[in-house]
Design a protein around this ligand. Sequence first.
Ligand code: MTE
Ligand code: MO
Length: 266
Amino acid sequence: MKPPKSPPSEESRELSRQLGRMTRRGFAWGGAAVLAGYSAWKWVGSRGEEGMLRSPLRRILEVDEKVGRAAFSQGRLSRTFAASVARMPRVNGRYGINLKLDPVRWRLEVQGPAGAKSLTIDDVKALPRVEVTTELRCIEGWSEVVTWAGARLADLAASTGLARRSGQPGDPNAEPAELLPYVALATPDARYFVGLDIASALHPQTLLCYEMNGEPLTMLHGAPLRLAIPVKYGIKSLKQIGSIRFTDSRPADFWASKGYDWYAGL
Ligand SMILES: Nc1nc2c(c(=O)[nH]1)N[C@H]1C(S)=C(S)[C@@H](COP(=O)(O)O)O[C@H]1N2
Ligand SMILES: [Mo]
């Protein structure tokens, strides 16, 4: 007979609660929660730290990333809401934002292995306008429903051709081997930067926005152009975009360099 198990410690109960919250948030946490039982937690506790996350948890996040990628191929959309419930979110995060930026002189620098293009805000506005009401979810625990308006990043990729090795305009998904696997976005001063996997970047709800809730973007919300990527936590919705670069190597990411999950999927 096995000896009876001692009751779980406060620490392990807190982990269960945390994983419970994550399960409710994410779609891919079912399996992760099973992996992370009480005994797993004991093992986790015996391991060192990797960034801000203990290393086995880091590995679970990588499992989450794989499941997340699989879900995209099934065309998963982020939940949408009626525009009437949209609200202005608080201004959160000002890294890399220049309040004196001149929108007339501003350019969006788009780059890929085949070349580079410099776009004005009118060039971006010439792409099909898309409106979507989705939730902006900050990793700090708050969320807000926002109506975003702008151009799909996928349409920018198609019109510039720069997401493809050949640089040929057209559906970037047409030849998967031609498609660069990552995108790097940064503010004009490069002080805030995010890295995205190409599937999330070309997701139909990923927008280059010039309006929030029917109003032109304010500087602190990222004028003249910001990203809205509802399949990711808010950290990835870069405000005041200066450059977009399609690339073969996984780009550096401001918050990932501080220990947060690089993928940051929802
Ligand atoms: N340039 C820049 N973009 C940024 C940030 C930042 O600090 N600098 N913070 C991010 C975070 S953590 C969140 S939650 C959202 C918040 O967007 P909001 O200020 O429009 O609410 O912006 C994201 N984009
Ligand atoms: Mo955030």
